[in-house]
Design a protein around this ligand. Structure first.
Ligand code: AHR
Length: 491
């Protein structure tokens, strides 16, 4: 048994948490849309063809915003193909994922589905094969009240009131050679700036996310952000970040420290944002939309074998294990620790495709990573508090001086609750943690995910990797080795 101490001072505020930090993502990819959220004729589907069992699980996650329709898909998408009468919608090739897109599902259906799950749309525009003209048309269709060609077209499609979409992405991963319409930093910076201008002229209330790098390892990282921010600064509100993590080397001590890598990436992007802020001598701060993050590596090789031009193939269907859930907990801690600058974050993705929720023709179930996300979404609303952690550290192959304990707290003033999220990275030792609060608190419960094999998974027929609730006493708490913990208190 090791020992550690965690101090929680109610005045050590990081920031009020933007609820959009618990966002997610649905792309026209694999079985995310078709068979995932939309499966007409399935006995579990409702009158609109939406899977009711999936809706129930999505509601539990309480995602306030869902990014759509991609991802790589958006860079070749004609949004007009997915609106209006279904019988007129064209069947087309999708060159992002080499599938056939029927367009049976588009923004109209997505909007209806979002209403049922109680979430909002975060819409991406195509800056790959298209540009400012289509983006402004889409915005006019979506947000303008009426009396113009595009807004009246929307009304003729049965949507009298505007969609009122607030958060928009200016393309997707435009720095990546795999992207349709891949651009140099300067080419993208100019297109994004001109698109942003037109969009804000139509609806000044919207917020815009410009593409940052596709990941920290991109050879153009840094220069890309600098160029985009120098051009677009006045017209945008956020710069995007994307990163996926994996344990291909089967090196769990390094893997469980990957959120330290996420933290370094975030700090690097903040530094560039603030450098441009200084260069421009402006008061305006650009914040971060970490609009793709998750574990993704289990299916990378097998997906290479999928035949081209199928419909809704089983692609990116990573089956997550217990150690993936631990890392997802750590990544959430890092996002919350940076919630003064990370205002939007999207767990990529939501259903069937690198997702917390899986479905087959019979049922829907929660993968291991569902739970830490659910815990943070449920108990992590309010004000993030920086906590003081005193514990031993270890050296892994990839990261040195890794604290065994990682933690953040969230104070919810409405509910008068404070929740401490804690990851125990030690694979060998339980840790007795002495907790010390600046205010009087009364324990509610200790929710934990612990005691599973690191490679244990949940499947359609057997979901064993689930959290359990324990009694929480005042003072100290024992955290099992390799565990995710949610310590809830009333104040
Ligand atoms: O989420 C899967 C894919 O990962 C997205 O389409 C793309 O943006 C990223 O590379």
């Amino acid at each position: 048994m090791k020992n550690a101490a965690v101090s929680i001072n109610f005045r050590n505020e990081i920031s009020k948490i933007d609820k959009r930090i618990y966002g997610s993502f649905i792309e026209h990819l694999g079985r995310a849309v078709y068979e995932g959220i939309y499966q007409p004729g399935n006995p579990n589907s409702d009158e609109d063809g939406f899977r009711k069992d999936v809706i129930e699980l999505v509601k539990k996650l309480n995602v306030p915003i869902v990014r759509y329709p991609g991802g790589n898909f958006v860079s070749g998408y004609n949004w007009e193909d997915g609106v209006g009468p279904k019988e007129n919608r064209p069947v087309k090739l999708d060159l992002a994922w080499f599938t056939t897109e029927t367009n049976e599902f588009g923004m109209q259906e997505f909007d209806k589905w979002l209403e049922k799950v109680g979430s909002e749309m975060m819409m991406a525009v195509n800056l790959g094969t298209r540009g400012p003209d289509e983006a402004r048309n889409l915005l006019e269709y979506a947000n303008f009240p009426g009396g113009t060609y595009w807004s009246d077209l929307r009304r003729s499609h049965g949507k009298e009131k505007p969609y009122g979409i607030h958060t928009w992405c200016l393309g997707n991963e435009m720095d990546g050679p795999w992207q349709m319409g891949h651009k140099t930093a300067y080419e993208y910076a100019r297109t994004a700036t001109e698109t942003a201008k037109l969009m804000k002229w139509i609806d000044p209330s919207i917020e815009l996310v410009a593409c940052g790098s596709s990941n920290f390892k991109m050879p153009t990282f840094g220069e890309w952000e600098h160029t985009v921010l120098r051009e677009a600064y006045e017209h945008i509100d956020y710069i995007s970040m994307h990163e996926y993590y994996g344990n291909k080397a089967n090196d769990t001590p390094s893997y469980l420290a990957e959120n330290i890598g996420m933290d370094r990436f975030i700090k690097a992007v903040i530094a560039i944002c603030d450098m441009v802020k200084a260069e421009k001598k402006t008061d305006k701060t650009i914040n971060i939309s970490f609009d793709e993050w998750n574990v993704w590596y289990h299916t990378k090789e097998s997906d290479e074998l999928i035949e081209h031009w199928g419909r809704a193939p089983h692609r990116l269907e990573d089956v997550y294990n217990f150690e993936d859930a631990l890392l997802v907990g750590g990544l959430l801690i890092t996002l919350l620790k940076n919630s003064d600058r990370v205002k939007i974050a999207c767990l990529a993705q939501l259903v069937n495709v690198i997702a917390p929720i899986m479905s087959n023709d019979e049922t829907a179930w929660a993968q291991t990573i569902f739970y830490p996300f659910f815990h943070c979404s449920e108990y992590g609303r309010g004000t993030a508090l920086d906590v003081d952690v005193c514990c031993e550290t270890y050296d892994s192959n990839k990261y040195k001086g890794v604290p065994y304990i990682d933690s953040v707290a969230v104070r919810n003033d409405e509910k008068r609750e404070v929740t401490v999220f804690v990851l125990n990275r030690s694979l060998d030792d339980d840790i007795e943690v002495a907790l010390d609060f600046s205010e009087n608190v009364k324990p509610i419960e200790h929710i934990t995910m612990a005691g599973f094999g690191l490679k244990d998974t949940n499947t359609a027929t057997s979901c064993k990797v689930v959290p359990s609730s324990r009694e929480l006493k005042e003072g100290s708490v024992k955290l099992d080795k390799a565990s995710w913990n949610v310590l809830r208190y009333k104040f």
